[in-house]
Design a protein around this ligand. Sequence first.
Ligand code: ADP
Length: 473
Amino acid sequence: MRKTLYLKFLLGYLIFGCFGFLVVATFVSSMTLEHLKRERADALYKEATLIANTYAADLYDNEISLEIVKPQLDALSTYLSAEIWIINPSGRMIMTTNAPLDVEHETVVENFDPTVTSGSYYAVGHFFDSFSEDMLSVFAPITSNYKVRGYVVLHVAMSSIRSSSESLLNISYIMLVIFFLLSLTILIFFTEMVYIPLRKITVATEQYASGNLHYEFQVDSEDEIGYLAASLSYMASELARGEDNQKKFIANVSHDFRSPLTSVKGYLEAMQDGTIPPELYGKYLDILLNETDRLIKLTNSLLTLNNLNMKGVVLEKTVFDINQIIRSTAASFEGTCRPKHIGIDLVLTGDRMPVLADKTKIEQVLYNLLDNAIKFSHAESSIRIETTEKHGKIFISVKDHGIGIPKDSLKLIFDRFYKTDLSRGKDKKGTGLGLSITKEIIQAHNENINVISTEGVGSEFIFSLPVADEDAE
Ligand code: ADP
């Protein structure tokens, strides 16, 4: 099964070779012989006509004697490598270049019939049993006063024509072998360009199928096969990344669930066995409530993320005033800000700013960003929420003067469960899911969210929304 493609190609190549030889041995061979025969017959016919019109005609008109004609025709016969006959319509031989003149004995060609050529000027055969081998016999009539008085017949052995045809054919065979060997390069080309890369791709696919998604392979061609290999390797790396992410996700979820559960269990056991006296229950129940709050928050965030992923984020878009949402969200954080003496400054464009978006989800985005800004702000600092309208979009920025985000972490903060080391002390309840939810929501609106931050100075999160037509509200 594995080698079928290669075998098929090899078989095709061999069939092509055999077919080539077969064609040369049959069609080409008979075509060459036919061509040479015709060519020779044409040349001989011209000579025969010439002889018929000159020597032979003079001979019949008794203008010249046989003794004079014979040596001349003998010489011509040697030159043409053909036997020359002058023959009467009845078949009586007048002269042949094959034998000396013999007036005593008359030679007659039995059953001589000049119509044997049936319209053509040559015939192939034993010429009325005059020869023991195949001859090419070319006829030219000797005429005078519109009467056929005899024939000039030129004979050439077919074997000589066949041998020239064979030598020509041998050249064809040699050419064919050379061509066949040269075409071997196609086989080498096929092996290098198709077969080996395909083998690599097959091996890689088997490895991926057996679960080894980190298997690496290299196909250095820039054609479709190279593209296929690159796509396959990209697909595997994406699958591997997905698998790694899933493992990381599960590890994070388990870890984030386990720590509050362990502490809840620890405190409850301590209460049960009396390690914590009843008079301290109030304090520890607060801690327990805190831990359960954290668990609820984590579960809710996970559910939200899962919903966003599963439904491909179904948005219920309406036109609403983003300024009003900013104001109300900021107001809801007043209680959190007061103890830290954090002020929230609103710098909003226009009195009203209608946008087309999913109101509840955008509220959540603002909530997450403001919650983070407050969590990571220093006491006595200020947070600024600013809106700017540009090219039909409204850019909403939430800027704090807090701990900031280290440069290396900037790319990672939108990943699930990611928390910077800086933030761990300040935010023990954080799940690291808020920003990934925020990003999913903004992306679902086909908008963008960016962060600019300097460690120790502060952070600014900016996202965009499409401005809506006020009348559409
Ligand atoms: P969480 O829900 O725990 O706050 P987020 O996904 O919202 O998680 O944030 C991820 C991490 O990004 C935070 O733990 C924190 O390290 C960092 N971060 C987010 N916002 C800010 C900010 N305004 N200032 C400094 N760090 C921030």
